[in-house]
Ligand binder design. Structure first.
Ligand code: SF4
Length: 445
């Protein structure tokens, strides 16, 4: 039987899409000629590399992954897809050994492209605009890969064009999976034995605004899931500050516990805590709006995990503007931080902005921010010491520690003693200890 590998870089949406491509490939042939996953990424007949270009580093890692696949599988057909393929096909074509460069809008056709014997070397459409991209990518979207908490992509693309971000140029305008199909997929995931689904998108808060004739929104979707699905947990991936509405926060606070419960976890991109920098970034909120939002969530859902993204070293950032971001994080009940250094992306407005920040200063500021992030996480985890929480056990015993790992609704990873048969069950644990590396230990109760 023919063998394939698939290497994925980047965000949850890319990870979902790789799982969907792999599933589509496995399902697309007859039983005696079925594609199977190669062991150890070797001896494959086909290698797919699903790339990312959100930063310069992501593009470099994508090129490295392509070269690694070619080296390990010199006889294989090499297909490169994803955001880097969409934005920089000419750079990829220069890599000897690449057979196809397939953009976002053809990647659901990979099995058909292979069967046709044709090689594709140019993503289509190129460039991506709101005129030539209209519908949700019809890649089969059950996304049942190896995860205990599978992703489900319900939205793609973005209309916001933040001045530093390349994603809208790679993925096109916002499009949504119709509500009926979201509900069907959530139920399929539950029927397949999963207890949690993670709703993902590029700009999740824009869910439903493009749907026609029945425009809808994320709040209405969450209501429908709550009424029509019996899966134990629904988790939202990242959501923009202005789209995390009072309705949604209130609904999450009032929806659980029980089937269809929305996890007490919000991941909100802040990027900067300074109003001038936010404006230059084309982010549609202010520092005080963000403070009010986090305080509102914390008041209604004091146990909720509130994760925040920060972008450090945007052109024009000064010591004072950085301190505005730092102090905002320091003062708010934030549970954890993701810290990204600014990476100039060709084709975005910020690429041409003057006043670039010195890279050593960016490194120092990222370090400072990560240190406060570690402290915040520690404070958040310690709030639950001695308390009993529910975890979804995600795997078998770790080879190193012999412990199982599970995740709470409010996104605390807990290590516990237990047998492998507990994998994929929801169980109660009492939190015993948080160590210096923020590892959380509990006992099954
Ligand atoms: S909202 Fe801004 S940062 Fe997020 S994908 Fe859209 S353009 Fe990029």
């Amino acid at each position: 039987m023919p063998k394939f590998t698939i290497t994925t870089l980047g965000c949850k949406v890319n990870q979902f899409e790789s799982e969907a491509i792999a599933q589509h490939l496995k399902d697309s042939c007859s039983d005696d000629n079925r594609w199977i996953l190669a062991q150890d990424n070797k001896e494959a007949d086909l290698c797919i590399v699903n790339t990312c270009t959100v930063t310069q580093k992501a593009s470099m890692q994508s090129r490295q992954a392509i070269r690694r696949s070619i080296r390990s599988n010199p006889e294989a057909r090499i297909i490169v897809t994803g955001c880097y393929a969409q934005i920089e096909p000419d750079e990829i074509k220069k890599i000897e050994g690449v057979n196809d460069v397939i953009g976002h809008f053809d990647k659901h056709m990979i099995p058909e492209i292979i069967l046709s014997g044709k090689e594709i070397f140019q993503p289509c459409p190129c460039p991506v605009t709101s005129q030539n991209v209209h519908s949700f990518d019809p890649i089969p979207s059950t996304g049942l890969g190896y995860r205990t908490r599978p992703f489900l992509k319900i939205q793609d693309g973005c209309n916001s064009f933040c001045t530093y971000c390349i994603v809208p140029y790679a993925r096109g305008p916002s499009r949504s999976l119709p509500t009926e199909q979201v509900l069907n997929n959530v139920n399929k995931i539950h029927q397949a034995g999963y207890h949690e689904v993670v709703l993902t998108g590029i700009h999740l808060g824009n869910y439903g605004l493009d749907l026609y004739p029945q425009q809808t929104n994320l709040y209405a979707l969450l209501n429908s899931i709550y009424k029509s699905c019996t899966i134990d947990r629904v988790r939202l991936s990242s959501i923009e500050p202005c789209e995390l509405t009072d309705d949604i926060i209130k609904f999450v606070a009032e929806s659980g516990p029980g089937a269809g419960r929305i996890c007490h976890h919000f991941h909100i991109p802040l990027q900067s805590g300074d109003d001038v920098i936010l404006k230059r970034m084309h982010r549609p909120y202010t520092r005080s709006f963000f403070i009010d939002l986090v305080e509102k969530i914390h008041k209604l859902l004091p146990d909720a995990a509130i994760g925040v993204d920060t972008l450090i070293g945007f052109p024009g950032e000064s010591k004072k503007t950085f301190e505005n971001t730092f102090s905002l994080i320091e003062e708010l009940p934030v549970s954890y931080l993701h810290v990204f250094p600014f990476s100039p992306r060709k084709g975005t407005p910020a690429y041409t902005y003057p006043d670039r920040v010195n890279s050593n200063v960016i490194k120092e500021q990222c370090h400072k921010m990560r240190t406060i992030g570690k402290h915040k996480r520690n404070v958040f985890y310690n709030k639950f010491k001695g308390k009993t929480l529910e975890i979804l056990i995600e795997g078998k015993q770790s080879k190193e520690s012999g412990l199982l790992r599970g995740t709470t609704s409010n996104y605390i990873p807990v290590l516990v003693k237990g047998e492998d048969k507990l994998k994929n069950t929801i169980t109660h644990v009492t939190i015993d200890k948080i160590d210096d590396n923020n590892l959380v230990f509990g006992t099954i109760s």
